[in-house]
Design a protein around this ligand. Sequence first.
Ligand code: KG4
Ligand code: ZN
Length: 348
Amino acid sequence: MRILALETSCDDLSWSVVEDGKHVLALTISSQVDIHAKTGGVVPEVAAREHAVTAIPALDTIAKDVDLKTIDAVAVTVGPGLLGSLLVGINTASTLATLLHKPLIPVHHIEGHIYANWLERDAAISFPSLILTVSGGHNDMYLMKDHFSFVHVGTTLDDAAGEAFDKVARMLDLGYPGGPAIEKLAYAYPDLTSDLVFPIAWGNKDEGTFSFSGLKSEVRRTVEKYKTQGELTELQKAEIAHAFLRSVTEVLSKKAFRMAKKHNAKSVCVTGGVSASTPLVDAMKELSSKENIAFFHPVKKLYSTDNAAMIGAAAYYKVQKFPDYLSSFTPLLTPHLSYTLGGEADNA
Ligand code: KG4
Ligand code: ZN
């Protein structure tokens, strides 16, 4: 089954054609990073206007790789995300599905991130699987008992990890998005020795809750302390980047495996923008061999951050479980800002 998918929930517009939830036949990602770097973060109105300009030219690129007449269904992210950005995507996908006389499948953004782990993967992911979703807007854990069967077992009490990366990068004047910038700086000084250690917010170690506000305040205090002696040097920034990375990596990786053991999960998956973090993936690989629990992360960094291939994969597994979606020929979707993960859309 070939699904044409569109993702526009935030600042990237992405089209993809995915076959059988696995094979990525075509993928374009139109990034707005250069535009939002100027403001140090995403301006929603600017993001939506840019999507409106990019959507059709980007689809033309996809149509050069795959004949759109061979598509079986259209899928689109319906939420959560920025309202204007979602509306551009939903209206574009609805129009296209109507013109092509194909069903339209609504997908939750996090369902998409979860299924990024199924893209281009040959090995089976064993259930139950503990899924850690870490992005700019989400920091959650789910026990995935089967396809499209999710139990929410963890969340953040304040910021998402990616949000913390972005805010700390802004404090260090490293630009947007923060995650790759912090990683790049830390890797530029791999042998840096420093006594700087930031606290790790364990909370109750056996619970699935995260908190990054204390860590963020600690980074701010350190930046202010260093600034009393003048502007931050590159080495001071690298020192902070290393200490921040250590703290975030440790709590994310250890809590995920602790929850996996608590729920007798057979595997652990990490996904979302922060799963592009090499230190995080390395720490989780180490825990995987120590705890003897299989570990998966998206096979390409491209599949960790926002992309439409993951939406196409999620849509495929969704229609296997809820075949009724395939008989809906009058696509009329609205943004589902609080749409339940794994559920059936009420207007499908
Ligand atoms: O999943 P995503 O593309 O968009 C959301 O759904 O939010 O995630 C974007 C987030 C940003 O906060 C970005 O700083 C973070 O993912 N990110 C990273 C890395 N690459 C992207 N965080 C840590 N290390 C990275 N290499
Ligand atoms: Zn995302």
